[in-house]
Design a protein around this ligand. Structure first.
Ligand SMILES: O=C(O)CCCC[C@@H]1SC[C@@H]2NC(=O)N[C@@H]21
Length: 189
C-alpha cells in the first residue's frame, strides 16, 4: 500500500468524521439520523472496496480509542456496546459492497445502486438486529422505527451519486483501484 493510498484512506476517514460535526438528530429512538453515512457511501464509491473499508476501519479505530469522531462528538469503546454498534460494523462492510458494485469506472446508476445496496441495505442488515437486541424490541418493531432513516439515507444516495460523478469528471485519478495499472480515463462531459 502506497503513501498515497494511506492518505486517501485517511482523507475519507476524516471526511466522515467531519460530517459528524454537523450533528445528529435522534427521533424517538436510540440511533441518530446522521450525515456520516454519506461518508460511508463516498468511501466505497471513490476509494473502492478495500481502501473504502480501511477508511471506515480507521475511523472506528479512532472511535474505539476514545476520539469524539461520531455525530454529536461521541466516541469510546462503549459505543460498540450501544444500540448503534451494528450500524458501525455495517459502515465497514458497506464500502466493500459499494466498491464492488461501482467498479473502477463509475457510472451514475452503479453508484446509486451501490449506495442503496451497500450504504442502506447492508448497513441496516447489520444495524437493525443489534439495535433490536440491545433495545429489547422485536425485529419487526425495529424495522418500523428504522424507516425514519430512509428519506435521509435516500437523499444521501443522490448526493453521493452527484459528488462521485462530479469527482470522476474533475479528478479521475482519485478512482485508481488495486487492479488498475493506470488512472481511468475521464468521462466525456
Ligand atoms: O453514531 C453512531 O453511533 C452510529 C450511528 C448510526 C446511524 C444509522 S446508520 C443508518 C441510519 N441512517 C442514519 O442516518 N442513521 C442510521
Amino acid at each position: 500500500m502506497s503513501a498515497r493510498d494511506i492518505a486517501r484512506i485517511a482523507v475519507f476517514a476524516a471526511l466522515t468524521a467531519g460530517l459528524g460535526l454537523i450533528g445528529a438528530i435522534t427521533v424517538g429512538g436510540a440511533v441518530p439520523i446522521t450525515l456520516q453515512t454519506l461518508g460511508v457511501m463516498l468511501a466505497g464509491a471513490v476509494l473502492g472496496p478495500w481502501r473504502g473499508a480501511a477508511s471506515m476501519g480507521l475511523l472506528l479505530l479512532g472511535v474505539a480509542v476514545g476520539l469524539p469522531l461520531l455525530a454529536g462528538g461521541r466516541g469510546g469503546i462503549g459505543v460498540f456496546m450501544s444500540p448503534t454498534a451494528g450500524y458501525l460494523i455495517g459502515w465497514v462492510v458497506a464500502p466493500i459492497v459499494i466498491g464492488l458494485i461501482v467498479g473502477s469506472r463509475p457510472v451514475w446508476w452503479r453508484v446509486a445502486l451501490g449506495s442503496i445496496v451497500g450504504g442502506i441495505l447492508v448497513v441496516y442488515l447489520f444495524g437493525i438486529p443489534v439495535q433490536a437486541w440491545l433495545t429489547e424490541l422485536s425485529i419487526g418493531e425495529t424495522i418500523i422505527t428504522s424507516m425514519v432513516f430512509l428519506p435521509g439515507d435516500l437523499t444521501k444516495v443522490v448526493i453521493a451519486t452527484l459528488v462521485t460523478m462530479g469527482l470522476y469528471r474533475a479528478y479521475p485519478r482519485a478512482f485508481v483501484r488495486e487492479t488498475a495499472k493506470h488512472a481511468p480515463e475521464p468521462v466525456a462531459s
